[in-house]
Ligand binder design. Structure first.
Ligand code: ATP
Ligand code: MG
Length: 386
């Protein structure tokens, strides 16, 4: 039996002028995600993307990749049938019979090809009746069935299937511009990156690295997290910023309770430079209101003052438990909890200020050669593509 994968995407975005752009980017991203499979035929028609397999294609593996592509609402494995009602009825039994046996079901039909001789209710009746006759122990239930058998009559052929897998949703990567994610080794920032990439942004990652206070293994962990994110987008450039000199300068010259905030201001300023250089128009962080001293409203205001581009904080209103749930769902959690130190944890003050005033922080940091330190760190950036 000939099979095919049908990829559905959201309807809302399809209205108006956005549609061709959206669809073209989604097809491009799908082609990229499936590049490792040989001989696939991929094309879009009638608000669906079709993936025709080659003879030896592992359809489950293809589906698995598709389910990670942003913009994909669902992936369906269907059988392809000639547009002939008798053949469709037989195909429904052959293709869906094993799944349906002993359960409740109903049939739904979509007739995109209006030239097809039978209307949707007639198709449902014919296919439903035939299934009921041929498959043992089958009960019709139109209100709350265990299985829905779908029959779609389209331009090229008819498709019969039973069940679909939910994709990530969101918008195709690249339809929303580019932003730079401040990626630590923690739980929060990979989730923040995932959430913004899901809204169509292309993502670069920036990590601040304090060798030898943070180890090579900590760097590898960040690379692994960037790779996990890259599984959802196309590829990710990870910019590693040497941060030791700045952290030592802050530690040796500024009041201890201001260390974290001044450090965060440096991070933001350097990130803005790296971001602009790489075509990003915004920064993304994993901050969540009130989670730690540097994430109070007052602290975030002091941090924001350091930059002149939008800072996206998609986790701002979320509890840790909610963040952990997404972290697990995207496959980052196990890596995030590996116990390697981060540059923030190494230089944490005992009693950080929680209600900072901008003028006081500015005064504390003014003893440092700020521009010189920033320039040096920004020029020492190492970029790895993952
Ligand atoms: P995470 O779990 O993402 O590490 P966190 O709750 O530990 O976050 P902080 O350490 O205060 O919070 O960091 C807040 C945000 O600042 C992080 O989510 C991340 O976006 C950014 N950040 C922190 N440390 C680094 C780093 N070493 N390199 C790049 N970005 C960082
Ligand atoms: Mg952290």
């Amino acid at each position: 039996m000939q099979e095919i994968l049908l990829v559905k995407y959201g309807e809302i975005i399809l209205k108006g002028l956005n549609r061709p752009v959206f669809e073209a980017v989604l097809v491009k991203n799908i082609r990229h995600a499936l590049a490792c499979f040989k001989g696939l035929k991929i094309y879009a028609a009638q608000a669906t993307i079709y993936i025709e397999p080659a003879e030896d294609t592992d359809m489950d593996e293809v589906a698995k990749k598709l389910l990670k592509v942003f913009g994909v609402l669902s992936v369906t494995r269907a059988c392809v049938v000639e547009k002939d009602l008798n053949k469709i009825m037989k195909a429904a039994v052959e293709y869906c019979g094993d799944t349906l046996r002993g359960s409740t079901f109903k049939v739904e039909a979509k007739r995109a090809d209006k030239k097809f001789a039978y209307k949707s209710p007639e198709i449902c009746r014919a296919v439903g009746g035939y299934l009921h006759d041929k498959v043992e122990d089958l009960t019709v239930n139109v209100t709350n069935p265990e299985h829905v058998v779908m029959v779609e009559i389209r331009d090229y052929a008819a498709y019969v299937y039973c069940g679909k897998q939910a994709g990530q949703g969101g918008l195709p990567t690249g339809t929303g511009g580019r932003a730079s994610l401040l990626l630590s080794g923690g739980i929060d920032s990979p989730v923040a990156g995932y959430m913004m990439a899901k809204r169509g942004l292309e993502i670069d990652a920036i990590n601040f690295f304090s060798y030898p206070y943070t180890s090579e293994r900590a760097k590898e962990k960040v690379m692994d997290l960037a790779k996990i994110l890259a599984g959802y987008t196309s590829k990710i450039n990870l910019h590693i910023v040497p941060f030791t000199e700045i952290q030592l300068a802050i530690r040796d010259n500024c009041p201890e309770e201001h260390l974290t905030l001044i450090m965060r201001r440096f991070m933001m300023k350097i990130s803005e430079i790296v971001a602009r250089k790489n075509g990003s128009a915004a920064l993304i962080t994993g901050e969540s209101l009130g989670q730690v001293a540097s994430q109070t409203l007052q602290a975030l205001a002091v941090t924001d003052d350091a930059v002149n581009m939008p800072v996206f904080r998609p986790l701002i209103g979320m509890d840790k438990e909610e963040i952990v749930q997404i972290s697990r769902k995207i496959g980052a959690f196990e890596t995030s909890i590996l116990p390697y130190e981060d540059c923030c944890t190494v230089f944490t003050p005992k009693h950080p200020t929680t209600k900072p005033k901008l003028d006081i922080i500015l005064k504390s940091e003014s003893v440092l050669p700020i521009d010189e330190l920033i320039e040096k760190a920004a020029s020492g950036v190492e970029t790895i593509t993952l």
